[in-house]
Ligand binder design. Structure first.
Ligand code: TXA
Ligand code: MG
Length: 321
C-alpha cells in the first residue's frame, strides 16, 4: 500500500476540523475513545472503509463498530428492539456496542456489516470522540487502531508504532481511560446475548438485562464464521479467467461482452472491496432472474485487500464449510 504522511493532530477546534475534513475526503483518522483508540473512516463510503481493512492488514472483512453522536443518529441506521432501547438509555454514551438489525434505508456501506443484515453501533463517551463526531456530522466506522492481530492501542504513540505511514492522521487525546474494548451485545429474538465481554462489568449489565444469555448462538459468536445474510443461490466458481457459456461473470477488470458485473473495471483492490457485498447481492439477483446457476469469478491477487476479498469469496463459494 502507498506510504502516507501520517499527521499527528491535537484535539483543538482546528485539529478536529482537519480530522473531519480528512474523513469527508475518504481518508482514515485514528482517534481516542474511552476504551481504546479507533481507526475511523466515513461509514457511508465503501472505499474509505476499505482503507481501514487495508491499513490494518485484516485478512478478513470482519464487521466493524460504527460510532454515532446520539441516539437519534443510531435510530436512523438501525432498529432498536425494546431490550436494546433500555440498554442504550442506560449505558450510552459509554463502552457498550449493540448489534442491531440495519434499517432498510440504512445509508452505511455493506462493508461495515461484513455483508450481514446487522450493524454494531456505539455512542462513545470520550470528549474527543464526541467532538469529532460533531465536527464530522455522520457515522464513523472504527475498529481498534492496531495492525490486525496485535494489541489494541490506548495511546496515540501506540497507534503510530503500528500504523504510521498507513493512515492519514491520529488525534492525540492522551491515554484511554478504560483501556479495554467495549462490551458487545447482540439480540436473539429481542433477547440480549453477550457477544464480547468488555468495558461494562457483567453484573452491571445484568441489573438492566437480567435475561441476558452468555452462551451465544453459534452463528454470531465467532465473527469470522458469521453467516451471511445473502445466501447465494448460484454457485461461485473461483479463479476462473473466463466464464463458460452457462455462467455469469464476476469480473476483476473490464467486464467484456457477456452478462455479469465487475468488482472494479480498473482492477483496483480498494474499489473491489468496497463493491464486493453489493456486487454479490446484485449478481445473485441477476442469476435468479435469468435462471442461471453458476457464476465465474475472475482471479483476484492474494495481496493487500485481495486476501480479505478472496477469503469472503471462498466462504461464499462453500457456504456450508
Ligand atoms: O471499544 C471498542 O469497541 C473499540 C473502539 C474503537 O470503539 N472498537 C473495537 O472494534 O474494538 P473491533 O473492530 O476491534 O472489534 C469489533 C468487534 C469484532 O469482534 C466484530 O466482529 C464485532 O465487533 N462486530 C461488529 N459488527 C458486528 C455484527 N454486525 N455482528 C456481530 N459482531 C460484530
Ligand atoms: Mg480489535
Amino acid at each position: 500500500m502507498p506510504s502516507l504522511n501520517t499527521v499527528l493532530l491535537s484535539p483543538t477546534d482546528r485539529g478536529l476540523r482537519a480530522a473531519a475534513s480528512l474523513l469527508r475526503d475518504g481518508e482514515t483518522v485514528a482517534f481516542p475513545t474511552e476504551t481504546v483508540y479507533g481507526l475511523g473512516a466515513d461509514a457511508t463510503q465503501g472505499r474509505a472503509v476499505a482503507k481501514i481493512f487495508e491499513a490494518k492488514g485484516r485478512p478478513r472483512f470482519n464487521p466493524l463498530i460504527v460510532h454515532v453522536a446520539d441516539r437519534a443518529a443510531a435510530a436512523r441506521l438501525a432498529d432498536l428492539p425494546s431490550e436494546a432501547a433500555l440498554l442504550a438509555e442506560t449505558f450510552w454514551p459509554g463502552p457498550l456496542t449493540l448489534v442491531l438489525p440495519r434499517r432498510p434505508d440504512c445509508p452505511l456501506t455493506d462493508l461495515v456489516s461484513g455483508g450481514l443484515a446487522t450493524v454494531a453501533l456505539r455512542i462513545p463517551a470520550h470528549p474527543v470522540a464526541r467532538d469529532l463526531l460533531q465536527a464530522f456530522g455522520g457515522p464513523i466506522a472504527a475498529p481498534s487502531a492496531n495492525i490486525s492481530g496485535r494489541v489494541s492501542p490506548t495511546m496515540a504513540g501506540h497507534v503510530l508504532d503500528g500504523l504510521r505511514g498507513r493512515i492519514a492522521a491520529v488525534i492525540d487525546g492522551g491515554p484511554c481511560p478504560v483501556g479495554l474494548e467495549s462490551t458487545i451485545i447482540g439480540f436473539d429474538n429481542n433477547r440480549p446475548v453477550l457477544l464480547r465481554p468488555g468495558g461494562i462489568p457483567l453484573e452491571t449489565l445484568r441489573e438492566v438485562a437480567p435475561d441476558m444469555s452468555l452462551n451465544r448462538s453459534a452463528d454470531i459468536t465467532a465473527p469470522g464464521q458469521l453467516t451471511s445474510h445473502y445466501a447465494p443461490t448460484a454457485r461461485l466458481r473461483l479463479n476462473a479467467p473466463a466464464p463458460d457459456p452457462d455462467e455469469l461473470l464476476l469480473a476483476f477488470g473490464p467486464l467484456g461482452d457477456g452478462p455479469g458485473l465487475t468488482l472494479s473495471a480498473t482492477a483496483d483492490l480498494q474499489e473491489a472491496a468496497s463493491n464486493l457485498f453489493a456486487c454479490l447481492h446484485e449478481i445473485d439477483r441477476m442469476a435468479r432472474e435469468r435462471d442461471m446457476r453458476k457464476i465465474a469469478v475472475q482471479p483476484i491477487p492474494d495481496t493487500g485487500l485481495g486476501l480479505a476479498i478472496n477469503d469472503r469469496l471462498k466462504r461464499a463459494a462453500a457456504p456450508d464449510a
